[in-house]
Design a protein around this ligand. Sequence first.
Ligand SMILES: [Zn+2]
Length: 257
Amino acid sequence: MGAKHTSQIMPANEAPAKKFIIGIIDVQNDFCTGGPLAVSEAEHAIAAINKLRYIYDEHIQTFITQDWHNAKHMSFAETFKLEPHTGPHKHRLLMEDETYVDVEQMAWPKHCLENTYGAQLHRDLVVIKQDKFIKKGTKKNVESYSGFGDADQGKYEKTELYSWLQLLQITDIILTGIATDYCVYYTALDALRLGFSVHLIIDCTRGVAKDTTAKALKDMKEKGIVFYNTVDEFHQTNKQLIFDNSYTNYIPYLNKK
Ligand SMILES: [Zn+2]
């Protein structure tokens, strides 16, 4: 008579405790050997990312970001007749909402022009049809180092990354790609701000410069991002969480087969 019908009051869609995703940042030709903004040893990072994918592709989803710029993008030295690799420079720029915004921006060589070879993913990177592709830096006067959008919390460019991760109920992002000191770094900070746990595999990333990379790594570590030196180290630490479906309770990929 007094029995509780507990089976009736269990929530139908209880959120999983942990759900991982792999994030690959800007592994594009212009950031690799031969490109105008080549990052040293980028190909080593690609090999490590492919190893990570080989282990986990059957278990977890991946998203891939691409820098995707207009020919007159505000991050290009040429747009303001500046020397590449200098700055930050101050600019007053007109936004799409007709307001002017003051920004400080590094001047980079022209890179990742939309629909060009330089913006394509490096041919060595393993890509599968279930991957989610996110383009960023698509507005002429907005810089988005982060895969989530601009540095103003996505006020002027907000990609679909955050809403898509929410839809998949992701809790943990395994972050990889180029460059450690810029786009990986800012994506990591945004991810933390938005409530995700972030795992960074050092061997799966490479930076533009030693000093800025060291600074970015130090800051990420202090802010609570979990570091692993290699894919093996990540795997040994997390495989149980990822492979154990009864614990992780993965929902099927939205676009898988
Ligand atoms: Zn860029």
